[in-house]
Ligand binder design. Structure first.
Ligand code: AMP
Length: 224
């Protein structure tokens, strides 16, 4: 009697069974729509190490191969150009978002057919926000820092719940993380600020994490 009961319980796990919970989680994961687009924030310069270009190329290629649309700042310079070139070379769908006044200064990427021209930096940010299911930050300069901090603060304010992934290359993410840690230590940010973003070591880890993310976050920019 005992033997057959144990067998039946294993074959048909009940609601309280850990195997049931695991199977249900996997079913729900598969049933959820996956992300379809990724916005990348990165430098309009190449940086001093070839590792930065390699990371940008791997990310652009990986996004395209996964079948996700790349949303980026539309430029042909620096890591921005490298990400876009790699995605295009891999047959990816690329959307550039660029304000009119930057078209010449940052050299709009001629190979990007889908270019959204905005009237200001602010509308550029919201246009990128609306088109992305998730955000990835590569190494960059002040513009990249600004874009990254702003998307994190929008999430802190509850304006969206889209995933934000910092891709660490040669320690590039450490100073921003340290600045956020300092804000927490000084009492100006809550400990929960750490949950607003994720840090991943290298592009492979970022791509692996993106593949697990469900889509469906609010893409309305009306409250921004
Ligand atoms: P950077 O990281 O400084 O090389 O800039 C990367 C991208 O961020 C470029 O496309 C810049 O135009 C853009 N950018 C620069 N300043 C800002 C800003 N205040 N807000 C949003 N994007 C910016």
């Amino acid at each position: 009697m005992n033997v057959s009961f144990t067998f039946a319980a294993r074959a048909l796990p009940g609601l309280g069974d850990p195997g049931y919970a695991h199977a249900r989680a996997r079913f729900e994961e598969r049933a959820m729509p996956q992300i379809t687009s990724v916005a990348v924030f990165c430098g309009a310069s190449l940086g001093h190490s070839p590792a930065f270009q390699a990371a940008a190329a791997a990310l652009g290629r990986g996004i395209a191969r996964a079948g996700w649309r790349l949303v980026y700042g539309g430029g042909n310079l620096g890591l921005m150009g490298v990400v876009a070139d790699a995605a295009l070379a891999a047959g990816g769908d690329v959307v550039g978002v660029m304000p009119e006044f930057l078209r010449r200064r940052e050299v709009a990427h001629a190979g990007v057919k889908h270019m959204v021209i905005t009237d200001s930096m602010h509308t550029r940010k919201t246009a990128m926000f609306e088109r992305a299911d998730a955000f990835v930050t590569l190494p960059g300069g002040l513009g990249t820092l600004d874009e990254t901090v702003e998307i994190i603060t929008w999430r802190q304010l509850g304006l969206h719940s889209k995933p934000i992934l910092l891709c660490d290359v040669l320690g590039s993410a450490a100073p921003l993380v340290a600045a956020i840690e300092a804000s927490i230590a000084l009492g100006f940010a809550q400990a929960g600020a750490r949950d607003l973003f994720e840090v991943h070591e290298g592009v492979e880890a970022v791509l692996a994490r993106l593949a697990t993310l469900p889509a469906g976050a609010d893409t309305s920019a009306a409250r921004l």
